[in-house]
Design a protein around this ligand. Structure first.
Ligand code: DSN
Length: 432
């Protein structure tokens, strides 16, 4: 068998270019990170060849003896990481994990109360262009205009008014921690399921840097590749698999199933076929990494770096939504600088700084333009940058945003970005 370099030089060359881009750009997209060599080795392993529909000990294919052990290890490590009674490690992505939650707990037409997408929420929490907003009836809560934070009294009033079957928590651009106890009391008051999608903050939650939702939410989903720093994929967890008596989930006939059984069926065969066993193996490696002491050190630095970034931007006169951050990201409202997200993202891209344009709460621009940018610390913290370098990053970004059309500024900032990247090397291989 030939290596890819000889088998497919066209794709190999593009992989070389992408490696170079990752090595020499400031990666500040809040949902991205750099996986370890061990995780990538598992992803690139022979397990990509294996069909293993079903679950350990109950497969629809032969030859699953090693796949079974690997999936059991992944499940045990994830349970330990979050103090969970039950997990499913098979969802191909966060959206797939969320689809299984809908299938298990909702019927078409049921009402979901979710975090407004335009205030930082997620596509799969009821957006009208997503299945969650097409098959279910979405209602939304959002942040307050003055504070950029959630007001739990208003969420309670909204829940009472719309009587949802399920309430979702979790967002892609919210920089504050959640009041899970109050969310649960609201859910109990209106008889709704409480679902937390912790995709963005899963790493910070694993190490106790943010509160754990599992004791409060009926079900929790996540991706595995953001702050958790694993392979691209999804995960579903239950804190206590005993709260299974709500009549709403019991099938019309037959015995009442545990939620874990309903969710396992909702993943396979409900919404997926064969699991990606090479990714399940990589998840096991990632959970193993997250259980090490140095993962806590990493997450603490992620938070410190995000705070340093927020403080420096505020010193430079930028408006940070909610005036700071508890987690790994900040959301900058650029309107006081006479800029929009599209212009900022494009100008920063020319200076080798990668961010994404983002809607800010009560935005007046379209999602293609937006009034803000979202900046995250996880990826560059993985490379070893600390507070001083993140303050330097804020200054570099400010230099570009002061003159977004100036090519000389783009060039001089790119040169400094390269120096910074050379001081904190990343990958020394293209293909393992
Ligand atoms: N697209 C991801 C993000 O950037 O936050 C969420 O799925």
């Amino acid at each position: 068998m030939k290596p890819i370099k000889n088998q497919d030089p066209q794709i190999f060359e593009l992989l070389e270019k992408e490696t170079d881009r990752q090595n020499y750009n400031l990666e500040l997209i809040a949902s991205e990170n750099f996986a370890s060599r061990a995780i990538m080795e598992a992803q690139g392993s022979v397990l990509t060849n294996k069909y293993a529909e079903g679950y350990p000990g109950k497969r629809y294919y032969g030859g699953c003896e090693f796949a079974d052990v690997i999936e059991d290890i992944a499940r045990d490590r994830a349970k330990k990481l979050y103090n969970a009674d039950w997990v499913n490690v098979q969802p191909h992505s966060g959206a797939s994990a969320n689809a299984a939650v809908y299938l298990a707990f909702m019927k078409p037409g049921d009402t979901l109360l979710g975090f407004d997408l335009s205030h930082g929420g997620h596509l799969t929490h009821g957006s009208p262009v997503n299945f969650s907003g097409i098959y279910f009836k979405p209602e939304f809560y959002g942040v307050e205009k003055e504070t950029g934070r959630l007001d739990m009294d208003k969420i309670r009033d909204k829940a009472k008014a719309v009587n949802p079957k399920m309430i979702s928590i979790g967002a892609s651009a919210y920089s504050r921690d959640y009041d899970y106890e109050t969310f649960r009391s609201i859910a109990d008051e209106v008889g709704a399921f409480l679902w937390m999608d912790m995709a963005h903050t899963a790493g910070l939650i694993a190490t106790g840097n943010l509160k754990n939702p599992l004791p409060h939410a009926h079900v929790v989903t996540t991706t595995t590749h953001k702050t958790l720093r694993g392979p691209r994929g999804g995960l579903i967890l239950i804190g206590k698999d005993g709260e299974n008596t709500m009549g709403k989930v019991a099938p019309k006939s037959g015995r009442v199933k545990n939620w874990s059984e309903l969710l396992d069926s909702a993943v396979f065969p409900g919404t997926q076929g064969g699991p990606l066993m090479h990714i399940v193996a990589a998840k096991a490696v990632a959970f193993g990494e997250a259980l090490q002491d140095d993962f806590k050190t990493y997450q603490t630095q992620v938070q410190k770096n995000a705070k340093a970034l927020a403080a420096k931007f505020m010193e430079l006169g930028y408006k940070i939504v909610s005036d700071g951050t508890d987690n790994h990201l900040i959301l900058i409202d650029l309107r006081n600088k006479g800029l929009n997200g599209k212009i900022a993202e494009e100008a920063l891209g020319k200076a080798a700084i990668t961010v994404n344009k983002n809607m800010v709460p009560f935005d007046t621009e379209s999602p293609f333009v937006t009034s803000g940018i979202r900046i995250g610390s996880p990826a560059m913290t993985t490379r070893g940058l600390k507070e001083a370098e993140f303050e330097q990053i804020a200054v570099l970004i400010d230099r570009v945003l002061q003159k977004p059309d100036d090519e000389q500024v783009h060039q001089s900032v790119e040169n400094e970005v390269r120096e910074l990247c050379e001081r904190f090397p990343l990958y020394d291989f293209v293909i393992l």
